[in-house]
Design a protein around this ligand. Structure first.
Ligand SMILES: Cc1cc2nc3c(=O)[nH]c(=O)nc-3n(C[C@H](O)[C@H](O)[C@H](O)COP(=O)(O)OP(=O)(O)OC[C@H]3O[C@@H](n4cnc5c(N)ncnc54)[C@H](O)[C@@H]3O)c2cc1C
Length: 361
């Protein structure tokens, strides 16, 4: 399909660092399919553990959930898993509840490095209370069918039995992006993604704009950035359309049978209007803050406060703020009403997991 302008926004895919077994034995946390696969795997572990005649070691293995990656995705997932266990499973599988363990593995010295120290400490203490183990400075070396191989901070190797590993360790470029960048080897040299100029044009390809997770910018790969870039491009295209219309008008004016003086005035006015539309304002990201849910009805937030720095807040009130911020970002009243009703249903009746309903019916 021929194009005048191309907006390139294919996102990214899960980074496995070529660690053996990651693709084969872990669940990713990126696409909707990944979430469904993880849900099936999780329920499978529970149902297998509930099967009569299982040894205690096998029950402990099946109910050990390992989350790899201490960024917001891994932390939120660990918090949500904990809530699921406490809110729903404790009443449905009381005999199993005490065997369930969640371990969060992170290679860096702390989880959530983008948050302030105070919020990291708060998250770590909340996880401690919730009995979620955090292993920092710990590297995954291999994932096997029934265990994860870890290099501990003292460089010893430990093989830890587990029922499920969720891999939330970051993004890498899609092949289609690598192929596109390979066509411009001189301008596109950043291995993190597409290099763009201040108007989000791909360096070396004037007709291509690139936004979101496929680009290498100084911003974090978040929806907050991608959405602002999308709105910015919307405004740019409106401006370009206006310029194109003025250029057409100018061409028409030049052919009109007006007097030379009249024509000159019209041409000058149009030319000055066109010159204004040629100036494209650079993209400017406005950071609205960072939020993360950490389980037990608590969230953390680092919010910019006018010009005077950040406010770091945490707790139940922050959790309510987190919920309202997410609702406000949804596109229509219908979506907001549906999501809010889902949250209320979960609070009142618990989570709806088909296979569990089958079990208890
Ligand atoms: C679990 C999780 C939680 C997150 N939570 C937050 C959060 O709370 N706040 C936040 O700001 N960010 C969050 N993010 C990050 C956020 O989702 C991404 O930064 C954002 O979606 C990036 O937008 P994008 O448009 O660049 O890419 P995407 O949203 O990934 O969209 C790219 C689309 O392109 C499609 N595509 C790919 N290849 C092709 C192709 N060859 N042809 C056609 N289509 C193609 C893909 O299927 C996809 O639909 C989260 C991410 C994850 C994984």
């Amino acid at each position: 399909m021929k194009y005048d302008y191309l907006v390139y926004a294919v996102g990214a895919e899960t980074q496995t660092f070529n660690i053996p077994g990651v693709r084969e034995h872990s669940c990713f946390m990126k696409e909707l399919d990944d979430a469904e696969k993880m849900q099936r795997r999780f329920i499978d572990c529970l149902e297998s553990a509930a099967f009569p005649g299982q040894s205690k070691e096998e029950i402990d293995r099946l109910l050990h959930m390992v989350v790899v990656g201490g960024g917001p995705t891994g932390v939120e997932l660990s918090g949500e898993l904990h809530d699921f266990l406490e809110d729903d499973l404790r009443s449905w599988y009381p005999e199993l509840a005490d065997h369930i363990r969640i371990t969060l593995v992170e290679a860096l010295p702390s989880v959530l490095p983008m948050f302030s120290k105070q919020l990291i400490d708060y998250t770590e203490s909340t996880f401690k209370e919730a009995k979620i183990d955090i292993l920092t400075k710990t590297m995954v070396k291999e994932i096997k069918e029934k265990a994860v191989v870890l290099q501990m901070p003292d460089k010893t190797i430990a093989e830890v039995p587990c029922g499920m590993v969720v891999w939330a360790a970051g993004n890498t470029l899609r092949q289609v992006t690598r192929d596109l960048m390979a066509k411009l080897p001189e301008q596109q040299t950043n291995r993190r993604g597409i290099t763009v100029d201040e108007s989000l044009r791909m360096k070396g390809a004037n007709g291509i704009f690139a936004i979101g997770d496929c680009t290498a910018t100084s911003y974090a790969p978040t929806a907050q950035v991608a959405a602002q870039e999308g709105s910015y491009l919307g405004r740019i295209f409106k401006q370009l359309a206006k310029r194109d219309a003025l250029v057409e008008q100018l061409a028409e004016v030049k052919t009109l049978p007006d007097s030379e003086v009249e024509k000159k005035t019209k041409v000058e006015t149009l030319e000055s209007q066109i010159a204004k539309t040629e100036k494209i304002r650079p993209f400017k990201y406005s950071h609205q803050g960072s939020l993360a849910y950490i389980g037990s009805d608590k969230a953390i937030a680092d919010l910019p406060f006018f010009q005077s720095g950040n406010i770091a807040t945490a707790g139940v009130a922050t959790y309510l703020f987190w919920r309202s911020a997410y609702l406000s970002k949804l596109f229509s009243l219908r979506n907001r009403a549906l999501v809010a009703t889902d949250w209320i249903k979960v609070k009142v009746f618990g989570r709806s997991v088909l296979s569990m309903l089958r079990l208890i019916s």
